[in-house]
Design a protein around this ligand. Structure first.
Ligand SMILES: CC(C)(COP(=O)(O)OP(=O)(O)OC[C@H]1O[C@@H](n2cnc3c(N)ncnc32)[C@H](O)[C@@H]1OP(=O)(O)O)[C@@H](O)C(=O)NCCC(=O)NCCS
Length: 176
């Protein structure tokens, strides 16, 4: 299947509790890639019930959102926006996203992020979208920049990958 065909058939929609299993699968597979996420496999042991509960809470919160990308009925990627309860942080939130490895580079991440930005722009409670990304994650950084995100800071040596191997955390934002 060519890249274009894969992304052509892509359906972007709000996530639902029934997506829990597929989201969990993508999450554990991408964590196992062991490259760009803070959590490592041995720390990730969410059960399906916990995953569904997490989705339910997200969907009940008007300042949070879960959007999935589906191809031929299969969830191949997702983006989650989560906000803080604190009053002085309540206008902000941050997102995380992941696409199944076989479906990367097809424009699906861009579609998901575009949908999230549109939702945030139309949500009067959200004024700032934030994120943190490994400084080595060039594809993610270039995606975020292409969507108008700007670097606002950098946490030096924030992630220790191995003895003498560190990665900075790049903080980015977009006002909506
Ligand atoms: C980062 C990630 C979400 C991007 O999703 P994607 O569907 O592959 O990205 P897209 O195909 O929509 O690409 C959108 C843009 O990202 C950039 N990009 C994507 N892949 C790239 C690559 N391999 N190299 C450089 N830039 C790349 C480009 O700017 C691209 O725009 P263009 O095609 O117009 O040039 C995906 O690679 C992923 O899930 N990675 C693993 C998990 C992860 O790192 N999550 C983010 C943690 S902060």
């Amino acid at each position: 299947m060519s890249g274009l065909k894969k992304s052509d058939k892509c359906n972007i929609r709000i996530g639902k509790i029934e997506d829990g299993e597929e989201i969990l699968h993508i999450q554990s597979t991408v964590i196992a890639e062991d490259e760009y996420l803070i959590t490592v496999s041995e720390e990730f042991n969410n059960t399906l019930d916990q995953q569904r509960e997490w989705i339910q809470k997200l969907l009940e919160n008007e300042k949070e959102n879960l959007i999935v990308a589906e191809i031929d009925g299969e969830v191949v990627g997702w983006i989650v926006f989560q906000s803080k309860n604190k009053k002085r942080l309540s206008h902000t939130g941050s997102f995380g996203m992941m696409i199944s490895k076989n479906f990367r580079g097809l424009g699906i991440g861009k579609m998901l992020l575009n949908e999230l930005i549109g939702w945030a722009e139309n949500n009067s409670l959200i004024e700032k979208i934030s994120l943190g990304v490994f400084s080595t994650n060039h594809s993610a950084i270039s995606l975020y920049k292409s969507m108008g995100f700007v670097e606002e800071g950098r946490k030096i040596k924030e992630f220790k990958m191995d003895e003498n191997e560190y990665i900075d955390d790049i903080l980015m934002y977009k006002l909506v």
